[in-house]
Design a protein around this ligand. Structure first.
Ligand code: SPV
Ligand code: MG
Length: 555
């Protein structure tokens, strides 16, 4: 239904329409949410919002802009304060056309001369237009409207100017006779007596409008009983905002931080809601290309280091070791970011407080001394909901390796180095055998040309002579893959809880479980773990010897 028709319907009801002043879309939304029946595009508020007095300093188009943002923001009908119509009757006609097009349900024009002065400014020049001139504007406005439901409110400033009740009545009768739909009788008296006496004397069949700014004691119902059909609370919202902002801003400057004003300001979510962020999300979902689903990286950096690195890692975990000016973790983050993985979580444990990279989420494995990788991974369980990259905190790898895994569509994908024979090994290696016969050792895979193999067995127990490669400590899980891993873990915990073997052999308990044990358990359940073959291009920093090698090999 059109705003004009809604306003007409509300006017046909018994109760007065409680109307709230606004100056933009947000303030209008506050008016609407508070339960007002209509919004008043207030010249006073719009002027104030520009930091200028309410004195025709702004132009008609400034007011039209504000009115447009208001009608776009709310469902309730808007009545625009059009001052004196921004000129003579000719200007009024153009004003009506423009405001009608902006979806305004009605305008109000007052009998101030141009340029006007706000009704409440003391000590300023106050002159009123001739009665005939203003009646002419009312006739022009009614003639210019194209929608028969559009409302023209005629306002007299006779009582404001101190010209008396007789003058106010003379003027408003003329405006009613010129076709005004409502009469606004404005008063700056401290009680409602003046407007109530006016209403008492009012002898036209045209309803009245009140603006109880200076006489706030009167109730909407009392005004309604006296014949007022619209009651405008013209600027209380703005004054509330100014009061709150003055308090809060002053306190921030005084205390030099913002914590002190917690509780005095609304949470950001309140603003998100007011400006329609939930709708924005819906629109994005409905109309933007889905693109690749976001990927979260989970870096396991909880464990302590090998004895040979004890001195270097006395105050930090291995992931925070510096390799030629950047830490291992910073280098990992860079490779992840370069491959489009921006969402990164780190599981901390040993010296976790030393992990201080910006833009990463942190989880804590407090039991890092007595538990292993699987417990660390599940400290960040909530990150396993979508697609994820799981990596050890002590490996450096080429971006091309990660990208090979990311383009793969299997639910569980691991990177397996086929050149493992050539790699110097400090500690035990996670060797891998494939279920299917691989090409002969030394085969160089060409990126994109090879399929993945399927995992048969993984871990340091795989005999080198049976191994087809070495897992580099990097895996990618789809949403379903993550769900399977969680399922394995949940079952293991449940079994263990009942005193049974957790099913993560060779780990005897969930505390001892490594990622290789989770992978083995997936295979045992018939899950295909895709092994993407790679040829070197990575480093594991386990021992001091590895660390020294990293310094010589990393660019
Ligand atoms: C306005 O809100 O701009 C009005 C009402 O005209 S008042 O300021 O009370 O005069
Ligand atoms: Mg005004």
């Amino acid at each position: 239904m059109k705003a004009t028709t809604r306003l007409r319907q509300a006017l046909a009801g018994d109760a007065p329409i409680i109307t709230g002043g606004a100056h933009n879309g947000l303030s209008a939304r506050l008016v609407e949410r508070a339960g007002f029946g209509a919004v008043w595009v207030s010249g006073f508020e719009v002027s104030a919002s520009h930091g200028v007095p309410d004195a025709n300093v702004l132009t008609m188009t400034d007011m039209l802009d504000a009115a447009t943002s208001i009608t776009r923001a709310v469902e309730i009908p808007a009545i625009a304060d059009c001052d004196n119509g921004y000129g003579n009757a000719v200007n009024v006609m153009r004003t009506v056309e423009d405001f009608e097009r902006a979806g305004i349900a009605g305008i109000c024009i007052e009998d101030n001369i141009f340029p006007k002065r706000c009704s409440f400014y003391a000590g300023v020049k106050r002159e009123l237009a001739e009665v005939e001139e203003h009646a002419g504007k009312v006739r022009a406005a009614k003639k210019a409207q194209s929608d028969p439901d559009f409302v023209v409110v005629a306002r007299t400033e006779a009582l404001i100017a101190g010209w008396g009740m007789a003058e106010a009545l003379k003027r408003t009768r003329a405006y009613a006779d010129a076709g005004a739909d409502l009469i606004l009788i404005h008063s700056k008296a401290p009680t409602a007596d003046e407007v109530l006496s006016f209403a008492e004397a009012w002898d036209r069949d045209v309803p009245l409008v009140a603006v109880p700014t200076k006489y706030p004691d009167v109730t909407v119902d009392a005004l309604g009983a006296a014949g007022f059909k619209i009651v405008i609370y013209a600027n209380q919202g703005l004054r509330a905002m100014v009061g709150a902002a003055q308090r809060v801003l002053g306190e921030i400057v005084e205390k030099r931080q913002a914590r002190c004003i917690d509780g005095q300001i609304v949470p950001l979510d309140t603003i998100y809601d007011l400006v329609g962020v939930p709708g924005l999300k819906e629109q994005e979902k409905a109309f933007l290309p889905a693109g690749a689903p976001p990927v979260t990286a989970i870096c396991l950096a909880a464990g302590a280091s090998h004895a040979s690195l004890a001195e270097l890692t006395a105050d930090r975990p291995k992931a925070m070791l510096d390799v030629k000016g950047r830490t291992i973790l910073a280098r990992q983050v860079e490779v992840l970011n370069d491959s489009g993985v921006k969402d990164i979580a780190v599981v901390r444990g040993y010296r976790g407080d030393a992990i201080d990279l910006p833009n990463i989420r942190s989880y804590q494995n407090d039991a890092w001394e007595s538990t292993d990788e699987a417990v660390s991974l599940f400290a960040a369980e909530q990150e396993l909901r979508g697609r994820s990259v799981v990596l050890y905190g002590d490996v450096l790898f080429d971006r091309s390796i990660l990208e090979k895994l990311l383009v793969h569509d299997a639910d569980v994908v691991i990177a397996v180095d086929r050149a493992f024979h050539e790699r110097p090994h400090g500690g035990p290696a996670d060797l891998v055998t494939f279920r299917d016969a691989p090409p002969p050792p030394g085969t160089r895979y060409i990126s994109g040309g090879e399929g993945a193999h399927r995992l048969a067995a993984i871990g340091p127990d795989v005999a080198p002579e049976n191994a087809h490669g070495e897992w580099i400590g990097l895996m990618v899980l789809s949403e379903a893959g993550g769900a399977r891993v969680r399922e394995v873990w949940k079952d293991a915990l449940a079994r263990e809880g009942k005193g049974d073997d957790p099913g993560l052999a060779p780990a005897a308990s969930t505390d001892e479980a490594k990622l290789t044990h989770l992978l083995g358990a997936l295979v045992a359940r018939g899950v295909d773990v895709a092994c993407v073959p790679v040829y070197k291009g990575w480093l594991e920093i386990d021992t001091f010897e590895d660390y020294r090698r990293a310094w010589s090999q990393v660019p």
